[in-house]
Design a protein around this ligand. Structure first.
Ligand SMILES: Nc1ncnc2c1ncn2[C@@H]1O[C@H](COP(=O)(O)OP(=O)(O)OP(=O)(O)O)[C@@H](O)[C@H]1O
Length: 334
């Protein structure tokens, strides 16, 4: 656990970037700092690895004050990923990843093997290992940045807007892969973003900061959406928070109706579209959902289906039943 106790940062010009921040960041989970520009997210993050020194309060990792060891030793045990990856331009991809293991004096073969394994784990084509960072796309560079941060197997990883500089499709892929990777590695990740959707998608817990570096709310995403602490948080999470909160509702007993005759199935029983009102033309299917999916997926299926019926499929993509708006609404009742 990383603990902030009354942590303050006052810059030499008098700016109070972080004001009496107290929170507990659980181990093995992703905690996201989110808030408007200038609210002190980066300052809070960088005080953890002491690239910025706090001016008040205490920060500890697993009970040990981060000031009890020297800053360089502390940093070697903490992975750090920043926007634009911050790779060394004159080092190849594999050498970038090997930076910290080399500093730690690992033998060459082990270092290279570890670096290649990590590149594979973050989804980078190994053919790119001998390239220089400038010869990679932004998304590929970010993957290398993540691999480099993981190279010495740190328990803690700090990520400062790591996916902000890539286009939305690549960002989505990188987010998915971070979640997949985290299921394997279970690191304590502190992630900074100004994007509330990214915070809600990635965070086990989300700390919403307001300008002046004050904590507005610290809660799991579902709670943030369901019970924003005040008008600031309510405004920040957005108008459609009710709909987005459905992402976290997973009814496993959603009653299904039998498949209607105007749903067209292929030979294997997979839904392909709708034939509505005896028209010849086949209408597109809309999105589908599976048992155990979120209520949002079920509602999406209803809303995108030309028949108003959302199709539920099994693990083999075979249609097993449909739901209508009334069924979804009923599942929403407390
Ligand atoms: N070296 C510095 N000297 C003085 N003030 C600073 C310094 N660095 C940051 N600040 C100020 O501290 C406040 C918090 O900055 P910080 O970079 O932590 O915010 P942020 O939430 O990460 O912002 P952004 O989302 O725009 O990156 C801002 O008002 C900023 O101008």
């Amino acid at each position: 656990m990383i603990e902030f106790e009354d942590v303050t940062k006052r810059y030499p010009d008098g700016t109070v970037a972080v004001d009496n921040l107290s929170l507990r960041i659980p181990s093995g989970q992703i905690t996201v700092f989110v808030g408007p520009s200038g609210c002190g997210k980066t300052t809070s993050l960088r005080m953890i690895n002491r690239t910025i020194e706090r001016t008040g309060g205490r920060i500890s990792i697993d009970g040990e004050d981060i000031n009890s060891k020297d800053a360089v030793t502390l940093r070697r045990g903490i992975g750090y990923v920043i926007q634009h990856a911050g790779l060394f331009p004159h080092k190849t991809v594999v050498d970038n990843v090997a930076t910290v293991p080399k500093l730690l004096g690992w033998d060459k073969r082990k270092t290279r093997a570890t670096a290649m394994e990590l590149l594979e784990r973050v989804g980078l084509d190994l053919k790119l290992a001998e390239r220089y960072p400038a010869q990679l796309s932004g998304g590929q560079q970010q993957r290398v940045g993540v691999a480099r941060a993981l190279a010495a197997d740190p328990a803690v990883m700090l990520m400062d807007e790591p996916f902000s500089a890539v286009d939305p499709i690549v960002r989505n892929q990188l987010q998915e892969e971070l979640l997949r990777l985290q299921r394997d590695i279970g690191k304590t990740i502190v992630f900074v973003t100004h994007d509330i959707d990214e915070a809600i998608k990635l965070g086990d817990n989300v700390a919403v900061l307001r300008t002046g570096g004050k904590l507005a709310q610290f809660a799991p995403p579902a709670e943030l959406l369901a019970n924003p602490a005040d008008d600031f948080v309510r405004g920040f999470v957005g108008q459609d928070r009710g709909y987005r909160a459905l992402t976290f509702v997973h009814p496993d007993d959603l009653p299904l109706k039998p498949l209607p005759s105007d749903l067209i199935l292929d030979d294997g029983g997979a839904p392909v579209g709708w034939r509505i009102d005896t028209a010849d033309e086949i209408q597109p299917l809309g999105s589908v959902f599976t048992r155990g999916d979120s209520l949002r997926a079920a509602l999406d299926a209803v809303l995108t289906s030309p028949s108003g019926l959302g199709v539920c499929v099994d693990a083999d993509s075979r249609a097993v039943g449909v739901v209508d708006q009334a069924i979804v609404a009923e599942a929403l009742r407390p």
